[in-house]
Design a protein around this ligand. Structure first.
Ligand code: MGD
Ligand code: MGD
Ligand code: SF4
Ligand code: MO
Length: 737
């Protein structure tokens, strides 16, 4: 046991709040405030504060489990690993490498995500790998790459927010999903800046806003086009900026002109005066930002919707300038890093593309394999899960609980059950792990070391603070052992720093270049923003030199770095010294010509519009005290008493039509299935919409209902809107609506 205070980071969301851990008598840890980390300055939400509860052995797995005669039973590591190697080998022999699937998670450290991607391509030789980040911010990533040539959630640090003139927050309930970040917006208002929140519900976040717009779910694209129409009509475009820094304006302008405010009012339910007021608040100050989260992104047109909001920023000169820009609030702990280093179906480390021959050569050289041996791009997350039991016969899953979190979850549950072989590595027996043939218990955040990249693109070191309990192993250890059993003895180290050193080389020259980052720097500098190239590393087009401008700017940046007084001089000479890149695009965008690209988009309806049979819209999301599928937070008493179970939020007018009262059990029925949960009646939601959080399995599982219609570019499912019917669960009283 270590005796001192360990500075580290929360195991949950993308804010990656800093916290100190101190050892307790019983071998556990206590969370203590860590004021020196700038993102949260000591503040934590209830989840972060109670995170050590999941470390305690009462709620976690401490032995591998294997299925014998249908029942999961404790087993030795030797037996469990041998069964997995056997299951995967058999599938590969009988059906070919692409019949082995791998599913990862945005909560995994960079080192794990990197190793998992390498394991799939090098050890299994499969193209079939993707991860839950596809369900998270993939539309924003696709939109960012289209317009700016690069995807980093926020192109500026959170500390810039209070200094801008106006922020439009589109479909983010950060008062519940990232509570310590609310401070940046209250400071914005205290400085005289304006906050506009766009959400079909009057959330705790919307309550803070100067202006709250409550559009019908799934209409953000039309809303953004309507605002752009008014910007043009009122002569508020920044013509000099459009000329100098963008391309493609004419086509976008024409599309916006077709979206008259009155038409947009009809589509969205947001009135013309509200649209005008939004444009006034956004355009009057010198600087302004648009930030999107899952509301507008988790739609079957999420990529175009993000494009429409970026277009608004570009037309008004509010991107790639100080204190102005478009950003996406990434969600999972390592939602950012997890999408950069190769667990995504189309990707190689450093945010390189798997179908780019130069990228394949570079990474293959680092991995010591033939570039031609690397498989091509595979299926996206939902498509991969949907192919289980047919094209994909065996699955290795790490860091996700799709039985609760995937769209059309009852179908995905069936797919998982139809596999020849399923192995799950988790800290608890999640609903997905409970279906597995082999379950491997893994170490948790405070018991292991690794890097995370937060929503600002700030790479952080999460440090081991305590010794893990007997019986658990790290994900890296597991991949090392499995690789060896599948015939690859080298290249899968258990030590995270060794993996990071390789990741640095693999990412060097790519868009997400980590080659200048070391564990030591992460400790000394409290995190480093990517891109951070090592001096002398060769860069691909679209990477840091393109992003940052001339070579001179990098050299001058090197000059201003302070010497490390404590460091060994010999070390210092070899230490990479790029300062990192807190702010992107200030000189040029990461496109070949350095200009941001307007994205031509037009409104289209939901994949499933309400009709006579399913007349109401269901939207889904989160509550403050539960995290994601709830696998971790449902095992913490304090969080469970704060948020004990699912509910259906509905407007009093809808409740009245149903004859339902507060707490009555309601059935919500969609074309995919039926879920039941108590009514929570509130005027804070639109009368045509009901809301369910998705944190629970069983009867109240929101994802029994959701529509897996996918965005054509990002392959994001339409979590945020599907057509449902609502009825009293007992059916004896009231009517269906
Ligand atoms: N407590 C808690 N915090 C979390 C998480 C958690 O599970 N629990 N998860 C983390 C992760 S991975 C993520 S991705 C983030 C997500 O963070 P957020 O995006 O803030 O979370 P959501 O609740 O999914 O969605 C935000 C809002 O979108 C609104 N919305 C629904 N439909 C629409 C629409 O069509 N348009 C618009 N404009 N808004 C709409 C919802 O009413 C909701 O208030 O949170 C992170 N933080
Ligand atoms: N209806 C609806 N559905 C949604 C959403 C929505 O808004 N509405 N949001 C979507 C979004 S944004 C997301 S991000 C997904 C998330 O949904 P999931 O992918 O299910 O996310 P988690 O519940 O965080 O699952 C992580 C699992 O990995 C385990 N775990 C944690 N850390 C580690 C680790 O280091 N190693 C290993 N091996 N396991 C670990 C946890 O115990 C847990 O079982 O849900 C999506 N689903
Ligand atoms: S806001 Fe996110 S990172 Fe911060 S304590 Fe809460 S869950 Fe953890
Ligand atoms: Mo997410």
């Amino acid at each position: 046991m270590q005796t001192s205070v360990t500075p580290t980071h929360c195991p949950y969301c993308a804010l990656q709040c800093g916290m100190n851990l101190t050892p307790e008598q019983d071998g556990g840890v206590a969370v203590v405030e860590r004021p020196d980390f700038p993102v949260n300055r000591g503040a934590l939400c209830s989840k972060g504060r109670t995170a050590p509860a999941v470390l305690s052995s009462r709620v976690r797995l401490t032995s591998p489990l294997v299925r014998n005669a249908g029942v999961l039973e404790p087993a030795t590591w030797e037996e469990a690993l041998a069964r997995i190697a056997d299951g995967l080998t058999r599938t590969r022999t009988e059906h070919g490498p692409d019949a082995c699937g791998v599913f990862g998670g945005g909560g995994l450290t960079n080192e794990k995500a990197y190793t998992l991607g390498k394991f799939a391509r090098v050890v299994l030789g499969t193209s079939q790998i993707d991860y839950n980040g596809r369900f998270c911010m993939s539309s924003a990533a696709a939109g960012g790459i289209k317009a700016f040539g690069l995807d980093r959630g926020l192109p500026f640090p959170l500390e810039d927010i209070p200094k801008t003139g106006c922020v439009i927050l589109v479909g983010s309930n950060l008062a519940e999903t990232m509570p310590p970040a609310l401070r940046y917006f209250t400071e914005l208002k205290a400085n005289g800046g304006k906050l506009i929140v766009i959400d079909p519900r009057r959330t705790r976040t919307a309550e803070q806003a100067d202006l709250h717009l409550a559009p019908r779910p799934g209409t953000d694209l039309a809303l953004a086009l309507g605002l752009l129409h008014l910007v043009v009509a009122e002569g508020r475009t920044d013509e000099a900026y459009i000329q100098e820094r963008t391309s493609g304006w004419e086509e976008t302008r024409a599309a916006a002109m077709a979206h008259w405010p009155e038409l947009v009012e009809r589509i969205t339910g947001v009135s013309v005066p509200e649209l005008r007021e939004t444009v006034r608040l956004f355009c009057e100050p010198e600087t302004a930002m648009v930030l999107t989260a899952r509301g507008p992104e988790q739609q079957s047109k999420g990529t175009d919707t993000v494009g429409a909001w970026i277009n608004l920023c570009l037309a008004t000169g509010r991107a790639g300038r100080p204190l102005s820009g478009y950003g996406c609030l990434t969600g999972q702990g390592n939602g950012q890093g997890g999408r950069e280093h190769g667990q995504k179906a189309d990707q190689l480390p450093g945010y390189r593309k798997l179908d780019d021959p130069a990228a394949r050569r570079h990474v293959a050289e680092v991995w010591g394999v033939d570039p031609d041996s690397l498989p091509g791009p595979g299926r996206s997350a939902y498509e991969l899960l949907d192919a289980l039991g047919t094209d994909i016969r065996s699955l290795l899953l790490m860091g996700s609980n799709p039985v609760v979190s995937a769209p059309r979850a009852a179908h995905i549950e069936e797919r998982l059950k139809s596999l020849d072989f399923l192995a799950v590595a988790d800290v608890v027996l999640s609903e997905t792990a409970a279906l597995a043939d082999v379950v491997l218990p893994v170490t948790q955040w405070a018991e292991e070391t690794g890097t995370m990249t937060n929503l600002e693109g700030r790479v952080l070191l999460r440090k081991q603070a305590i010794t893990p309990p007997d019986g658990v192993r790290s994900d890296l250890d597991i991949l090392h052992e499995l690789a060896a059993r599948l015939g690859v003895e080298k290249g899968f180290p258990k030590d995270p720093e060794e993996v990071f050193e390789e990741l640095r080389r693999a990412s060097a020259g790519g868009p997400a270049d980590y080659s200048g980052i070391t564990y030591r720097r992460l400790v000394e500098e409290n995190g480093v923003f990517w891109p951070c190239p090592a001096p002398g590393s060769v860069r691909d087009a679209g990477s840091v030199r393109d992003v940052e401008g001339s070579e001179d700017s990098e050299d001058s940046a090197l000059d201003v770095l302070p010497d490390d007084p404590a460091g060994d001089p010999a070390d210092r000479a070899t230490e990479p010294h790029h300062p990192g890149t807190p702010r992107l695009f200030l000189d040029r965008f990461a496109t070949p010509d350095g200009r941001a690209r307007f994205v031509p988009v037009t409104h289209r309806p939901l994949a499933e519009e309400p009709d006579a049979e399913y007349p109401v819209l269901l939207t889904t999301g989160r509550v403050v005290a539960q995290y994601q599928s709830g696998a971790q937070t449902r095992r913490v008493d304090e969080l469970n008493s704060a948020a004990p179970g699912p509910f259906v939020e509905l407007h009093p007018r809808l409740a009245e039509r149903l004859g339902a009262e507060e707490g009555d059990s309601l059935a919500v029925v969609s074309r995919r299935g039926r879920a039941t949960a108590p009514a929570r009646i509130t005027t804070s939601i639109r009368p045509d919409t009901v809301f369910m959080p998705f944190h629970w399995p069983g009867e109240g599982r929101a994802n029994t209902l959701t529509n897996p219609a996918l965005d054509p570019t990002s392959r994001m499912p339409e979590f945020k809107a599907c057509a449902v019917r609502v009825e009293r669960a007992d059916r004896s009283a009231g009517r269906a609506v």
